[in-house]
Design a protein around this ligand. Structure first.
Ligand code: ATR
Length: 279
């Protein structure tokens, strides 16, 4: 058990809004559990104050921050260095302060991928269908392209947004992304929209589940409710399902490892799921 004292290093999440974030609980749990003298808080930063806030990280010697909506793209311009993958993703959710030099990383897509791997779901040589083309989608598209997906299709209410992401992926990593459903079945289907999230839990971003079968895996980035209508309908067709809690936990674990330049124990995922989220 640590106590906050003069040696305590500071971490935080910055965003707007930010008060509903689970990151403080997760990071403080890990610090307490490992006896690391860090404290992690949530700081609301309005878009017009983002530049000042980032300069404040240096001025105050804050050890690192996570960055959430709406700042994941805008924050990049204020950093000294951006990790190669984060640059390809076009998004930063983690900033590490090393002696006043700020480096941006992205742990969202890698956290999501880790959560799939944890459930035995792979990407290489798989036909993947992604629903949604918002801020969360682009890093995942780039990662799946780099991980050797056989095909990636993005369906979105506003097709132009899917096409914009397809163009981005082609330009950034030379991978062709489809924006129309053409295959009779998919190996992995993923919801990256907010449709079905609490409190509007009746929503589903997809009408047709005919291309889902018992060899399909369905993942949702939403973790509340634990089973969205999207996951339920996929499960009813025999698919294996995984919700967004794993992504939330793994992106935090990877960020913590970057903040502290340490490797967390392998069982930390299970422990956080149980002790922080009661799962
Ligand atoms: P962001 O993730 O960039 O903050 P968002 O508003 O949360 O954006 O939307 C993320 C995704 O959810 C988008 O693909 C959005 O579709 P549009 O590009 O057409 O806006 C999708 N989305 C949000 N509400 C939706 C709804 N009611 N039905 C279908 N898709 C929806």
């Amino acid at each position: 058990m640590f106590e906050i004292n003069g040696h305590t290093k500071q971490l935080a999440i910055i965003g707007d809004p930010v008060e509903h974030s689970f990151s403080p609980q997760m990071h403080n749990y890990i610090s307490k559990r490992l006896g690391n003298n860090y404290v992690y808080t949530a700081l609301e930063v309005k878009p017009e104050n983002l530049g000042d806030a980032v300069r404040g990280i240096r001025a105050l010697g804050i050890a690192g921050v996570n960055v959430t909506a709406p700042h994941k793209f805008a924050v990049m311009q204020y950093l000294d260095e951006i990790d190669g993958r984060a640059m390809q993703y076009g998004s930063v959710n983690t900033v590490v302060n090393r002696n006043g030099r700020l480096t941006g990383y992205n742990t969202d897509a890698d956290g999501f991928y880790q959560s799939l791997l944890w459930e035995g779901i792979t990407v290489r040589d798989q036909d993947i269908l992604i629903v949604g083309a918002g801020g969360a989608t682009q890093p995942v598209l780039v990662l799946f392209a780099l991980e050797g997906a056989k095909s990636i299709t993005v369906l979105n209410r506003t097709r132009a947004n899917a096409q914009r992401l397809a163009e981005y992926t082609e330009k950034t990593v030379g991978y062709y992304v489809e924006t129309e459903k053409k295959l009779p079945r998919y190996d992995v289907i993923i919801n990256t929209t907010s449709v079905g999230m609490w409190p509007d839990t009746a929503g589903c971003p997809l009408d047709d589940f005919s291309f889902v079968d018992s060899n399909t895996a369905a993942a949702d980035m939403i973790y509340n409710p634990a089973e969205t209508v999207f996951l339920r309908r996929a499960r009813e067709r025999g698919a294996k399902t995984v919700n967004g809690l794993g992504m939330l936990i793994f992106q935090g674990i990877i960020a913590y490892e970057l903040f502290t330049d340490t490797k967390l124990p392998a069982d930390m995922y299970r422990e956080i799921a149980k002790e922080v989220f009661g799962k």
